[in-house]
Design a protein around this ligand. Structure first.
Ligand SMILES: [Zn+2]
Ligand SMILES: [Zn+2]
Length: 356
């Protein structure tokens, strides 16, 4: 464990400083055994420099870096499960504290994750980043541990968690069937299977049909919204589980609000063609803004969902899950628009209780 601990601490230090450079002073023989561990703990964002020297006291070539002295009594081999075991003991930042929508009935479990409770260190990924991308600083093992913590806190089986991709299309995967190459929505009627939609400005949407006991989760950014991912999710639920849209409850999770979603004229025109009122123009502001929630509500209602069954922050309930990812105080959510390339990802998740 000592080597994992050292490497992880070097990563944490680099992440908190915003540095990419990690220097490992070691021998060729030990490095050969350590390299697989570095490949698992670091992504391609980092520059790992090895200073191969039989004398571990020698300095590395670059000035500002993290020296990794490796003691000769190295435990071998370092497997992925050993790294996971180590990560399980790392304290999280804050508590996992998902938000609940008031419209989703009790026969389902669900939630929208916030940034709190994970172990990602880099400021814009901190701390409950739930998606892996090789261009970001969180390796798969860290994302997997974050997912495990969400699952443990919310009482579902992480092995049965499926998160939709973020392709900005409208394809739907029915759990149990062969998955399409790209899909932004998932539907299921299998109790205990948790389906989730990612978001970092795009809207994670949850669908619940209490009559036929079926659920859906969709990732809906502006492209997916226009491509009709919400209606496609309802269609897949109807086709596979006999869902009638007027029975369905829908919750729109944290997403970029009309307060912050500035777009170019080309995008504004596309939305105006669907619903002129969803394009907001303010005097003195150069760029128009789009109200994705308003247009999503319209599309859901056109697909047959009852107006009162859509939780989009306008129902007048005390707490809402439809908050703005960009400007919510204390940066409670991850936001691609605010944070850029190293953005983290939150999810909306839902499942059918097993009755155990
Ligand atoms: Zn997206
Ligand atoms: Zn905002």
């Amino acid at each position: 464990m000592e080597n994992i601990k050292k490497a992880f601490h070097a990563k944490c230090e680099a992440d908190s400083k915003g540095s990419k450079h990690i220097s490992v002073v070691t021998t060729a023989e030990i490095w050969e055994k350590l390299k697989p561990m570095y490949d698992l703990l670091f992504t391609k964002v980092y520059e790992i420099e090895t200073v191969l020297d039989e004398d571990p006291g020698s300095t590395c070539a670059k000035g500002e870096c993290h020296i990794q002295d490796v003691p000769p009594d190295t435990e071998m081999p370092i497997t992925e499960s050993l790294i996971s075991e180590f990560l399980r003991q790392v304290p999280g930042k804050g508590k996992v504290s998902p938000m609940l929508s008031s419209v989703i009935p009790d026969v389902f479990y669900h939630g929208f994750s916030t940034r709190s409770g994970g172990l990602s260190q880099f400021p814009s990924l901190s701390s409950l980043n739930l998606n892996f991308n090789p261009n970001r600083r969180d390796p798969r093992v860290v994302v997997q541990e974050n997912r495990s913590r969400l699952a443990a806190a919310c009482g579902f089986d992480v092995e049965k968690l499926h998160i939709a991709k973020a392709e900005h299309g409208a394809r739907v995967w029915v759990v149990g069937k062969h998955p399409p190459a790209a899909y932004d929505a998932i539907v299921t009627n299998i109790p205990g299977v948790t389906i989730a939609a990612p978001g970092a400005d795009c809207t994670p949407m949850l669908f619940a049909d209490p009559v036929n006991q079926a659920v859906g989760a969709a990732h809906s950014g502006w492209r997916g919204t226009l491509a009709g991912v919400a209606a496609e999710t309802l269609r897949a639920m109807a086709e596979n589980f006999g869902t009638v849209p007027s029975d369905v409850l829908v919750a729109l999770g944290p997403s970029i609000g009309p307060c912050c979603f500035e777009v170019g004229e080309d995008v504004a025109e596309k939305f105006a063609a669907v619903q002129p009122a969803c394009v907001v123009r303010e005097e003195g502001k150069e760029k128009p803004r789009v109200d994705l929630r308003k247009v999503t509500r319209l599309l859901l209602e056109q697909a047959g969902v009852k107006p009162g069954n859509i939780d989009d922050g306008t129902l007048g309930t005390e707490a809402t899950v439809t908050l703005c990812t960009v400007c919510e105080p204390e940066q409670r959510f991850f936001s691609y628009r605010r944070d850029g390339v190293q953005y983290g990802t939150q999810v909306g998740f839902i499942g059918i209780k097993t009755g155990e």
